[in-house]
Write a protein that binds this ligand. Structure first.
Ligand code: SAM
Length: 206
């Protein structure tokens, strides 16, 4: 028998997302992270990497309130309905340096979060290596652009490199935590790594 979070069973989180007007069930992973670690705060500027269809961005917009803003980027075109001027829904690749530089002209984000996931092959070794490449890019972007004391959330597929990645993140942040939300599907091997409090003097671009 399938568990309540497995892919083919009726899914509590998917039904709930529909009821609450979020485009994806993944919003509940961010809600759990937020409840435990208070990553996103009133007035924050948030950068959402791998943002489509937009549930994390939509929730982040609620948390930052009127003084904050959210920029989301995804390979696929996406949009959040409602025409809120506090959000920019961009189409692009997080490896595109020119695009990332142009976004940062408007100021350093307080939070960089990434739920970006590679197209999966079913081969766990390949999938974790691709996920790790995305996560390393997120860490590079945090090194370059995240504000002092800023916070990071990044999804990684569990694999042999996660320990080393955690150690890299530990050089940039005061504290690093690994968290698996209950809303993750039972057959998923994803976890979220949180970087809390970017250390001073760790910028490599001004
Ligand atoms: C699990 S979905 C994100 C769901 C999103 N957090 C939400 O709540 O709606 C992962 C996304 O990562 C995006 N992605 C993967 N690689 C990317 C890249 N290099 N640049 C931008 N987006 C990427 C995919 O297109 C996909 O839409």
């Amino acid at each position: 028998m399938k568990g309540k979070n497995s892919r083919s069973a009726p899914d509590y989180y998917a039904t709930q997302a529909k009821k609450e007007g979020y485009p994806a069930r993944s919003v509940y992973k961010l809600k759990e992270i937020q409840q435990k670690f208070s990553v996103i705060r009133k007035g924050n500027t948030v950068l959402d990497l791998g943002a489509a269809p937009g549930s994390w961005s939509k929730y982040a917009l609620e948390l930052v309130r009127s003084g904050g803003k959210v920029t989301g980027i995804d390979l696929k075109p996406w949009q959040i309905s409602g025409g809120d001027s506090r959000i920019s829904c961009l189409t692009g690749d997080i490896f595109d340096e020119k695009l990332m530089d142009s976004i940062m002209e408007h100021g350093r984000p307080d939070v960089i979060m990434s739920d970006a996931a590679p197209a999966t092959t079913g081969n766990r070794t390949i999938d974790s290596a691709r996920s790790m490449a995305l996560a390393e890019q997120v860490l590079t972007l945090c090194t370059r652009y995240l504000s002092h004391h800023g916070r990071m959330i990044v999804k990684v597929f569990q694999g042999p490199d996660v320990k080393m990645f955690t150690a890299h993140a530990g050089k940039l942040f005061e504290s690093v935590k690994v968290f698996k939300p209950k809303a993750c599907r039972t057959d998923s091997f994803e976890v979220y790594l949180l970087g809390i409090g970017k250390k001073a003097g760790s910028y490599d671009k001004s």
